[in-house]
Design a binder for this molecule. Sequence first.
Ligand SMILES: [Zn+2]
Length: 512
Amino acid sequence: MRQRPLFKRERRPTRAIRRILLIGLGAFALGTALWQVLPGSPADRPIDSDAGNTEIPLTLEAIDTAERSASKPSKAEMTASAQPVSLESRPNYDIPGEREALEAIESPGTNTAAVEPPTATTAPPEPEPIEERTVTVRSGDTLSTIFEKAGLGYSDVLQVLDLGEEAKQLERLRPGETLVLMTDDGDEFAGLKYDLNANTELNIFRDKGDSLVAEISDLPSEKRLVSAGGTISGSLYQSAIDIGVPPAQVMQLAEIFGWKVDFIRDVRNGDQFRLIYEVREREGERLGTGQIIAAEYVNRGEHYKAVRYTSPDGTTGYYEPDGSNLERGFLRYPVDFSRISSNFNPKRLHPIHNTVRPHNGVDLAAPTGTPVKSAGAGRVTFIGWKHGYGRVIQVRHDSEYETLYAHMSGFNSELKRGSTIKKSETIGYVGMTGAATGPHLHYEFRVNGKPRDPLKVDLPEANPIASKNRQDFLAQTSQALDQLARIQIDVEGEQPVHVARNEHPSSGANVD
Ligand SMILES: [Zn+2]
């Protein structure tokens, strides 16, 4: 299934340069560059370098550079192309092999000084030929039999297994796993690579003194953005899955707009959705998906848009383009519950006391030990035992709002009366202390001192973008919103996005 570019950009000059570079440098550039960036290669690379940290910086600067070099290539810019730049700044990857070569040359987080900046005039020296072959472990194979089949000696096996604890993992090879064996021009053992798990690799190579060295490094991966758009036919979930949106992103989408659209009752055929989200890949293979960067949902003609933003102080949230918050200041449910075992009912007959006693909260059944989260940010006003409530925590959020959590089996040990807590922070664990017939959270929501139904009460909006961050917000989100509008509807599969976005380092948007 071929991905279609969002729109055609005039990128020919840069592409031409890249072609020239590639052809001109030929096998050397590729061979050397690949060799140099191999984690644990004999290049002058410090052992503790963060070569594994190949997260692609989504910087606005990178885009700017690309735009400029696209318009007027010069030798200086050609040299500059050997610097690490954002993948997002590149044109569409539709030339087979080009992307890999570029990544090899530009791989961020690698000691780029080790890679000669390619120029049109100087001819590079001959690299030492190292032959690599990938060997698949078969049933009954050991490192010895693999080396033997490859024409390598048993002394090499002993040396490899003598390289420490990590190398010992080679004694436990499993059928189907692969090893990359490297030999030099004299067909002597030069090293090997072995994936220890999805994220780390064992590298064995010869150092300058020709001794074998073992090193563990993170496998490189790239983060990029993709987009998708579709029309609802039936449910949001099925409609999105049908065009290839991963389930996790569908759930995120529903969560982001959860306060605007009731995805069970309000969804109509003909509604539309668009979203841009992060994916992490290695050599074109998907490792995982990440956060939604921007999204839109059109419900019966009404447009709702969301854009993710991290403020300089590290607060991340989804906002409308005008800066209002899409989230509420409170969680609707402070616990992942299996069922509502008792509703808010001011005239309820109490199950234990058998008298008419108002049930001023809601009972959310969940297994003992399930974390209980503070519904909103606030301050602990009570933590301890309170007759029928058992272990209870009361939180004051502001002059208006107060919440109460009862029957807990235990508290977050760091909390005491007066502690400041964040929204969603774990404050304790579900239990059945006090007058409870089974493990559940009794949850109360009080507005100006009056108990209200926690499941129905209007929850206040979370804070909008602070005025001091407004310019930053607009600058950070304009490109994503612009790209959002360009997403084609009902194109099967993910559409590439060439938007750069500057995340504050503190945001830590993980893609796993
Ligand atoms: Zn209750």
